[in-house]
Design a protein around this ligand. Sequence first.
Ligand SMILES: CC(C)(COP(=O)(O)OP(=O)(O)OC[C@H]1O[C@@H](n2cnc3c(N)ncnc32)[C@H](O[C@H]2O[C@H](COP(=O)(O)OP(=O)(O)OP(=O)(O)O)[C@@H](O)[C@H]2O)[C@@H]1O)[C@@H](O)C(=O)NCCC(=O)NCCS
Ligand code: ADE
Length: 293
Amino acid sequence: MITTAARGVERTTLRRAQITPNVPAIGAVAADCLVKELETWPKPGLVSHVDNGSHDDMDAGTFRRSAAAIRPYLQRLADAGALGCGMGRLRIIGLEAERAMFAATSGVNTHRGAIFGLGLLCAAAGARAGGLIDPRLPLGDVVTRRWGGSILDGPVLLHSHGSAARRRFRAGGARIEAAAGFPSIYRIGLPALHRAMSVVPHDTEAARVEACFALIGSVEDTNLLHRGGLDGLHFAHDAARRFIASGGVGAPGWRTRAQAIHDSFIARRLSPGGSADLLAMTLFVDAHEGPTS
Ligand SMILES: CC(C)(COP(=O)(O)OP(=O)(O)OC[C@H]1O[C@@H](n2cnc3c(N)ncnc32)[C@H](O[C@H]2O[C@H](COP(=O)(O)OP(=O)(O)OP(=O)(O)O)[C@@H](O)[C@H]2O)[C@@H]1O)[C@@H](O)C(=O)NCCC(=O)NCCS
Ligand SMILES: Nc1ncnc2[nH]cnc12
């Protein structure tokens, strides 16, 4: 737990540090990406502004409260990145963010994966904007270079759904994704988002749907493994890949087909929460290094 004394040190250091003017915007951009992820429909099995997907313990309001509660911590992670902090400091802020999330959601895990991955990307954006690292380096590479080793060496959560699924199925999960510089964002999420933006330039929600399906079709999502085992993961991969292969959001009638896949996930109670987090992270990276940023 962070002590009052440690907080005082952090505040003093922040006052002294040369934080460039765009660092203070990083947390707000990240929280906005969480809201954009929420406001994307249809997302198979996931909660949105339209329905609760495969969940009966949370709705759009739960996610909005969670995003608002963790926003200041995402900014603190950006500030910590700009100050050159190591993984130990980032982990303390991340755990505080988790506590704020649980307080805002009455104990429901909405964004633990997002706090981790988006939090690291915020710290990377802070390090880059603060002049600590080559500004041309992609944010994913910044994460690998600065914190990759300690991400993999850090303490493991023994009782999370994800850790149980990772042990049972030998899956990778959020740490491997982050330590490797977020290959799912750079190889899958961003190309799908940009492809769809060129096909449906006036429909930004459709572009997010395309990126979401592309991610679900490829990510080894521990949420899918936790709820549906290997069968659930394969079902999700197949359905999402078929949607993309048949033209995605560029094909006529795409919304009806996407909704049918959403319904099929709900019938199996599948929820690709890791892919939802990676969609929010894709939007964040796009905001910082996309064609129009
Ligand atoms: C390192 C931690 C992330 C440890 O977490 P864990 O051991 O649980 O590791 P993972 O299995 O790897 O998953 C963690 C969460 O990351 C998301 N995720 C899943 N697969 C992937 C993937 N392949 N790549 C990236 N991210 C992935 C996912 O988060 C979402 O799902 C959460 C809800 O899940 P769950 O509680 O199981 O909910 P339900 O299925 O609904 O449960 P039931 O209703 O069935 O009961 C939600 O949070 C989404 O965000 C995984 O859950 C990390 O937590 C940790 O160590 N934190 C400490 C802080 C820290 O180090 N911070 C660093 C600086 S910020
Ligand atoms: N929209 C969403 N629905 C369910 N789980 C999630 N985890 C992150 N975003 C989510």
